[in-house]
Design a protein around this ligand. Structure first.
Ligand code: KG4
Ligand code: ZN
Length: 352
């Protein structure tokens, strides 16, 4: 079994070739970061056009690096949502074109399922497990019981953590994407100098909120500027440290609750924010306390990529899922059909 996976739901154009026995034969990710840099966020129209221009090149490169032609494939998997609709449509059209031209089966994949099933691709883990998705666009706890069985235990009601890191970076005139820069500044900062809130920790459940944290940081910044006429380097470091430790504490406590509500042998994390050392360490400790294993797949498979889509396509294909030419691109597509709809819908697309 060999699948081509296509991903274009946000600002990465990606294609990959993956086998049924978990081998990644190629994984091409073409980032659009530079195209959106001047705008302080992903511009959906620019993203859609760039995907349309780059998708066939990414597919060609993925096949070339795998050393395979289209004839060697067993099927094509494509992200059919949730995400920025223009980009999702570009990917779905590309996949339909290849399927129509070759007669290969087409499998539409939920982007979040791609992230959520990644631990099975990288480490072959068994169900059930708990997945914390933390990126620039997503933030939710999913209990994963099968390739098609997800229960959402909670998530953000406003910004995703990565989005909050990016906004803080913008407030402090640090480059985008902000997460790594905030982490670097925080390394030399005092997390205790500025008391920032721990939003929603006082409420039961696993829902989270990060937009108030950013506003609190903004007020603190403005107070410092009003007092000293500007920000000192150490002020910036201390604000970054305070912000990072607040996010880590909220994610850790909510993970503790998620594991208590739904005890499973494994806590896995995916998304760009999983790169953060302090957050990773905090989650690792929570898992250990609950007697669960902690797993953070390699970062290139934690952030948006085509391999996770190819793999999720293989898992769905094995369950008998096939899509036809009527496969629709969906801006919103909750993984857990039973969960209440989410409130947040930020600049980076639907939080699903
Ligand atoms: O998974 P990802 O590449 O997908 C998108 O949502 O686009 O995540 C990117 C996000 C950005 O918001 C970035 O600031 C954040 O992950 N990020 C980090 C770190 N590295 C990346 N946040 C905190 N600490 C980091 N070291
Ligand atoms: Zn993603």
């Amino acid at each position: 079994m060999i699948f081509l996976g296509i991903e274009s739901s946000c600002d990465d154009t990606a294609a990959a070739v993956v086998t049924g026995n978990r081998r990644i034969l190629s994984s091409v990710v073409s980032s659009q970061t530079a195209l959106h840099a001047d705008f302080g966020g992903v511009v959906p129209e620019i993203a859609a056009r760039a995907h349309a221009e780059r998708l066939d090149l990414a597919v060609e490169q993925a096949l070339a690096e795998a050393g395979l032609g289209l004839g060697a494939l067993s099927g094509i998997a494509v992200t059919a949502g949730p995400g920025l609709i223009g980009g999702v449509m570009a990917g779905v059209m590309c996949a339909k074109g290849i399927a129509a031209g070759t007669g290969l089966p087409l499998v539409g994949v939920n982007h979040l399922a791609g992230h959520a099933l990644t631990p099975r691709l990288t480490d072959g883990v068994d169900f059930p497990y708990l997945m914390l998705l933390v990126s620039g666009g997503h933030c939710q706890f999913l209990r994963v019981d099968g390739p098609d069985a997800f229960t959402r235990l909670g998530g953000t009601i406003d910004d995703a953590p990565g989005e909050a890191f990016d906004k803080l970076a913008k407030l402090l005139a640090l480059p985008q994407p902000g997460g790594p820069h905030v982490e670097a500044e925080a390394a030399q900062g005092d997390p205790k100098r500025f008391p920032l809130p721990r939003p929603l920790l006082d409420r039961p459940g696993c829902d989270m909120s990060f937009s108030g944290l950013k506003t609190a940081a903004l007020r603190q910044r403005d107070a410092l500027i009003a007092e000293h006429g500007g920000l000192q380097a150490q002020d910036r470091r201390d604000l970054c440290a305070a912000f990072q430790s607040a996010v880590a504490e909220v994610l850790a406590e909510k993970s503790r609750r998620a594991l208590a509500a739904s005890p499973v042998p494994l806590l896995a994390v995916a998304g760009g924010v999983a790169a953060n050392g302090l957050i990773r360490a905090a989650l690792e400790q929570v898992a250990a306390e609950a007697g669960a294993r902690f797993l953070a797949p390699p970062l290139r498979l934690c952030t948006d990529n085509g391999a996770m889509i190819a793999w999720a396509g293989i898992e769905r294909f094995r369950l008998g899922h096939r899509d036809g030419m009527e496969l629709a691109a969906r801006p919103r597509w909750p993984l857990d059909g039973h969960a209440a709809p989410m409130l947040g819908h930020g600049k980076r697309g639907a939080k699903a």
